[in-house]
Write a protein that binds this ligand. Sequence first.
Ligand code: CTP
Ligand code: MG
Length: 162
Amino acid sequence: MEMDDFIGLAFSSMVIIMPAFIANSVPVLARGKRPVDLGRYMGDGRRVLGDGKTFEGFFAGLGVGTLSGALFGYPLHSFLLSLGALFGDMLGAFIKRRIGIERGKPAPILDQLDFVAGAILFLYPIYRVTPEQVLFIVIATPPIHLLTNYVAYRLGLKRYPW
Ligand code: CTP
Ligand code: MG
């Protein structure tokens, strides 16, 4: 692949996925108190999702994520990306609880990719991210996610650096 093609791929991939990154990062600022699972437990004795998934975080992420793309004239794209990111993150939390990983404890790969998988899937009906873009996003997201989470941790926003 030519260098110019690679830069084009990198740029287009990051522009497309940006609303999902925003929707996934904003909830930590919301300091939500009302858990989406309403504090309920499953038969395995663990919370359905846990206290890390709140209504306040969900709507803050959806609102700011949608707005981020709406400013550039893509309100529906950014809405679907944000919704998908937030549902992907909740599915990730659901899976973590079912396999016994407590709220806030790390699940490598799952923590970094649950939200981008959800975002790409929800966007699919109106826009198909190319396989090359999916590959770029899957490779680039974990280091970016780890870095932004570390910054949030140092700023005292997050309890753990992941
Ligand atoms: N958050 C929220 N509502 C959401 C998603 C996230 O309020 N729908 C907030 C919570 O305060 C959460 C923080 O953002 O702790 C960081 O999100 P994340 O790292 O995904 O949650 P964890 O605390 O690691 O919890 P889990 O193990 O359930 O993923
Ligand atoms: Mg998560």
